[in-house]
Design a protein around this ligand. Structure first.
Ligand code: NAD
Ligand code: TYD
Length: 359
């Protein structure tokens, strides 16, 4: 077994940030298995072009033979699993892909990892890790006064996305419990930061507001999310990989609960300051309340006591500073933005928003 790690979904938002951070902070080789769906973007990894420490393998996590060959060939010491269908609204329109990638794909990885791991000799066998990156959405929704999610909160997923992630979490748990596979699971709140595909709230609003387009806020805008800067999520994953207790799950969050309307307003004010446009005027006027998402979870909040106490991890970036940095990143990277806003993206925007905005 070498010092390489196998990452899945490393051309997506969090995966790409993780791979870039890993090259900077750790520097050992990364094998990056990614299907390059609409959400995967090799341009996000341009900084690693020509770097021998990064190998992008274009392939599907549901392809057992490919996964087996990647493990056999590269002998990784860990598998860090990001690959997923990740957008709740898409899971409402097209749930099939979520069950396939998130459940079947995770199962395929677990099964191939088990076969690979079971033939390792000690001490490699004991030090191998399968780290599964999951979400707080598996816990369902909270009322305004409810205590934040802990690792003991019962699973109650409400969207096809959350249900498919919950299914994958259960499989990971079972592979540890039944076979002893050395697994770790992280359940993280909403990430934001550079390289996020602009179907998600924050980048969507930044780009629409920049161009003077309506800013679609679902329902009354009072839904609450906990926001974590993506770089902090990456450091949490490294901490869990390094020091996490095998078989355990860790909640990861930013201690930054915000109402959607407040997030959108903050983006508007930042853009008015950084890129004022007399023709557009105050961006807050672009806010448009639209038809709600079916089954829209009201509130997510994360209790981070376990990861703080056991692994000494804390988020480093405050929400306001991270949001400013994120807005600046989108302003400074128009080529990346143009590259992702292709035909498929425009089709999604039409499909999800045309009827909502016409009301
Ligand atoms: P993303 O949608 O930006 O990226 C997903 C990546 O997975 C893409 O590169 C895509 O090409 C790849 N992929 C999809 N299907 C694949 C398949 N069958 N085989 C191989 N690769 C495939 O997602 P993200 O926001 O970066 O999320 C990464 C992980 O973190 C997901 O598992 C998600 O559930 C979890 N997560 C995300 C958030 C968030 O706020 N974005 C929060 C908590 C947890
Ligand atoms: P999103 O970024 O899709 O993440 P998630 O659904 O996984 O939390 O959405 C964040 C919040 O913003 C969520 O409450 C839904 C809301 N939202 C809008 O109000 N308008 C939008 O156009 C989008 C994409 C999301």
């Amino acid at each position: 077994m070498g010092e390489a790690i196998l990452v899945t979904g490393g051309a997506g938002f969090i995966g790409a940030n993780f791979v870039l951070n890993w090259a900077e902070v750790v520097g050992t080789p990364v094998i990056n298995l990614d299907l390059l769906t609409y959400a995967g973007n090799p341009a996000s990894l341009d900084a690693l072009r020509g770097d021998e420490g990064h190998l992008l393998v274009h392939g599907d996590i549901c392809d057992g033979e490919l996964v087996a060959a990647s493990l056999r060939e590269h002998q990784p010491r860990a598998l860090v699993h990001f690959a997923a269908e990740s957008h709740v609204d898409r899971s409402i329109v097209e749930p099939d892909a979520f069950v396939r990638t998130n459940v079947q794909g995770t199962f395929t990885l677990l099964e191939q990892a088990r076969l690979y791991w079971s033939q390792l000799d000690e001490p490699d066998r004991s030090s191998f890790r399968f780290l599964h990156v999951s979400t707080d959405e598996v816990y369902g929704t909270l009322g305004p006064q409810d205590a934040a999610f802990t690792e003991e909160t019962p699973y109650a997923p409400n969207s096809p996305y959350a249900a498919s992630k919950a299914g994958s979490d259960h499989l990971v748990r079972a592979y540890h419990h039944t076979f002893g596979l050395p697994t770790l699971t992280t359940n993280c709140s909403n990430n934001y930061g550079p390289l996020q595909f602009p179907e998600k709230l924050i980048p969507l609003v930044i780009l629409n507001a920049l161009e003077g387009k309506p800013l679609p806020v679902y329902g009354d805008g009072g839904n609450v999310r906990d926001w974590l800067y993506v770089g902090d999520h990456c450091s949490a994953i490294r901490a869990v990989l390094d020091r996490g207790q095998v078989g355990e799950t860790y909640n990861v969050g930013g201690n930054s609960e915000r109402k959607n309307l407040d997030v959108v307003t903050a983006v508007c004010d930042l853009l008015d300051e950084l890129r004022p446009d007399a023709a557009i005027g105050a961006r807050r006027n672009l806010i448009t309340f639209v038809k709600d998402r079916p089954g829209h979870d009201r509130r997510y909040a994360i209790n981070t006591t376990k990861i703080e106490r056991e692994l000494g991890w804390q988020p480093a970036k405050r929400f306001e500073a991270g949001l400013r940095q994120t807005v600046e990143w989108y302003l400074n990277n128009p080529a990346w933005v143009d590259n992702v806003r292709t035909g498929g993206y425009l089709h999604w925007i039409e499909q999800n928003y045309a009827e909502r905005l016409a009301r």
